[in-house]
Design a binder for this molecule. Structure first.
Ligand SMILES: Cc1cc2nc3c(=O)[nH]c(=O)nc-3n(C[C@H](O)[C@H](O)[C@H](O)COP(=O)(O)O)c2cc1C
Length: 302
């Protein structure tokens, strides 16, 4: 009988799916709902020190192959987010607190607050492509990444995940910097910097001109990133980007991911996506003779 449970960075999950940051993760009730729909763990919306409104609309365009967004990290701030975390904890599955800041002190402060709120781990957003001074602007420099991860590791006792961007030539160096800083897992990938021009308006549609592309269009990029990181790193990987069904999830697992996150598909296809992905993986394992997820991790490298 195949088992879907996985252990990643000391975190025991009933199944390898996690809710990706920024999709249904801004309130406690929406996080609980995602657990009810089958997620094995929940990642919160990225939270900063102060409340932030993000960019003005339009901040989201739906394209045939995914979403393009420039939300700009809207969030209620870490103080107010405590209430959402206490509601989210009633889901009784691991909650990963996603955080963003402009420097290592900010990250360390936020990580400590997330630990106090009962987060099982923190996920450092080093990869948002559309918020000036945050995310990708820090996450493409390996030195900066190393010092942020080191600072956060030194300030908390829960695992530290770092979410990396595909928008760099230095992906593997950034991954190594996470590992050298003591990071417990790398999450790959965040959205791909992109834009869309409406030819009738003769203008870029997003208020911020550029945004981050998510959904099926980016899956081959995400799988490539996980594959390259798996060759270079010893810490576990969490794959994210364009996963819409069990085959997509298995691509990431075979490339080297121990767990996967799902985001855009929840809007594009519905909340039943967790169960559809898991049902398909379980069926594949039964037919193919795999009795654990771990036995499939990285097999595309053999
Ligand atoms: C509307 C929207 C908001 C997002 N907000 C965040 C965020 O706050 N923090 C973060 O790390 N990633 C954020 N992401 C990126 C997702 O977590 C994920 O990395 C990306 O969408 C690729 O996965 P997907 O193709 O399954 O959506 C956001 C994505 C979307 C579409």
């Amino acid at each position: 009988m195949s088992s879907l449970s996985v252990r990643i960075a000391g975190m025991d999950l009933d199944n390898p799916t996690m809710l990706a940051s920024g999709i249904m993760g801004e309130t406690g009730p929406s996080l609980v709902k995602m657990a009810e729909w089958g997620a094995g763990a929940l990642v919160t919306k990225s939270i900063g020190i102060e409340p932030r409104f993000g960019y003005s609309n339009p901040t989201l365009v739906e394209l045939p192959f995914g979403y393009l967004n420039c939300m700009g990290l809207p969030n209620p701030g870490i103080e107010a987010f405590g209430d959402e975390m206490s509601i989210a904890s009633t889901a009784n599955i691991p909650i990963v607190g996603s955080i963003f800041a402009s420097d290592e002190d900010g990250f360390a402060e936020l990580a400590g607050r997330m630990e106090d709120y009962g987060a099982y781990a923190v996920e450092l957003n080093l990869s948002c492509p559309h918020a000036e001074g945050y995310g990708m602007e820090l996450g493409t420099d390996p030195e900066t990444v190393r010092s942020i991860v080191t600072a956060v590791k030194g300030s908390i006792n829960i695992p530290v995940f770092a979410k990396v961007t595909p928008n760099t030539e230095k992906l593997v160096d950034v991954g190594k910097a996470v590992q050298e800083g003591g990071g417990d897992a790398v999450v790959a990938i965040n959205t791909v910097k992109a834009m869309f021009i409406n030819v009738e308006m003769k203008r870029p549609v997003l208020s911020n001109i550029t945004g981050g592309l998510s959904g099926p269009a980016i899956r081959p990029i995400g799988v490539r990133c996980v594959y390259e990181l798996y060759e270079a790193l010893d810490i576990p990987l969490i794959g994210v980007g364009g996963i819409e069904n069990w085959r997509d999830a298995l691509e990431y697992i075979m490339a080297g991911a121990t767990a996967i996150q799902v985001g855009s598909v929840l809007g594009r296809k519905g909340l039943d996506s967790f169960r559809e992905i898991l049902g398909g993986i379980e069926n594949y394992m039964n037919i193919s003779g795999f009795n654990s997820i771990e036995s499939m991790v990285g097999i595309a490298h053999e």
